[in-house]
Design a protein around this ligand. Sequence first.
Ligand code: NG6
Ligand code: CA
Length: 504
Amino acid sequence: MAVSCKNKTAETEISSDNTTQESQKPNIVFIYTDDLGYGDISAYGATEISTPAIDALADEGILFQNAYATAATCTPSRYSLLTGDYAWRKKGTGVATGDESLLIDTNRTTLPGVLQSAGYKTGIVGKWHLGLGDGNGPDWNGKISPGPLEIGFDYSYLIPATGDRVPCVFVENHHIVNLDPNDPITVNYKEKVGDWPTGKENPELLTMKPSQGHNHTIVNGVSRIGYMTGGKAALWDDETIPMELVDKSKKFITTNKNQPFFLLLSTHDIHVPRIANTMFQGKSGMGPRGDVILQLDWTVNEIIKTLKEQNLYDTTVIVFSSDNGPVVDDGYQDQAKELLGNHNPTGGLRGGKYSAYEGGSKIPLIIRWPDGKGKGTVSKALVSQVDFLRSFAQLTGVENVEDDVIDSQNRLDVFLGDNATGRTSLVQESFMGPLSYLEGEWKYIEPKDGPKLVPWGTEIETGFQKEPQLYHLKNDPNETENLASKFPERVSDYREKLANLKKD
Ligand code: NG6
Ligand code: CA
């Protein structure tokens, strides 16, 4: 397709010829949603809720029915997307706290770094949750570094961790937005700091009550995980987070429209706390969880509109996916369970967010190519988000990706809809560590002793069992019959393959 970055002429020599070559490279907008399930959108069969903008991407592009995040929680999935490696290779990549140090080595190959080397302007807008700062964590009142800008992004506008973790502020490039130096911010994940009320001490002040945990500092009537004080002028408004992220995305797109760009729009929706904007409150009939799905669809529509207005729609690849499976009650009393009705967030898969079962990491994935490539295709190919690094390297003409990228495979033909088979195998990581190994039609889950249900009110099966589990996904997609004792040789084969992968 496009020329390798290695052939790029020096800046002083930029000619019209060079401009033409660069403009052949498609822009990439990657919309990475949070906790959106396989069955949460109408493109994937939801009948109780309608997501027309997302569905339009599927109509115009390729819908993948066998796509996986590498993990059933956020931090490890995101780590894999950005580094091309399974996160279990690096210690400490489970769900990150809100004051974690940067989890990605600044000297390693990354997806944005690869695209930068291909001449792209790279930006991330939205949820980060991969840690910030050096070994001592982020310097909230000073320069917050290293972070996205040190691993290949030219621009960042971040929710530092999650919407339910402090600090509830945006970080633009290296600094908190609107931070008043006379009102410095303090964050602590171990003990209370300052005198702001907490959900535990002052539940009467809450507009949304926790169902589990989430009882530390109250910000905007919602108690969060972690304590903070100060930085009042910098606090975000939960009801306008999506508008803020859309606005920053639009600015990034319009500013960089004359060169290839990569935008990772990492939404807060549909993670907790689910606080829809007034435009969407009560609109789904399913309570806040349904309302924020409609809000997410609005976000997608705004991005499509912007690309069309800027005449970029025909030169931009749009990827839409989720970081892990869905959860109904994730720690706040937002009536998600009571109002769910006939909606099934996993689309019938067993488990959900956190789980070793399919509901944990089988996610929606839609890719809409600019030239109508693959239009209307439904692909059953086995794909993993870890493969975007090498596949987009291929797409953008980067010939050599360093060997430090272990797990990513170039599967551009699959993403383009030209190969219906995909990977032969992949690995999934569930909450608290156990791995699953998928090969062909089979899935093996490592034995792990532990709670059968996620330890808070989610009613999600962890998938932990003392004995190995083996399922035939083709015949039994809901993992109802453990075939491990019937096929002991298969179990040892997969156990060994997993052990070998761990040695890489
Ligand atoms: C859990 C939180 C949950 C969510 C999750 C991370 C409780 C009881 N649960 O610890 O609400 O924040 O971490 O979600 O505190 S993720 O999508 O970012 O991985
Ligand atoms: Ca998530």
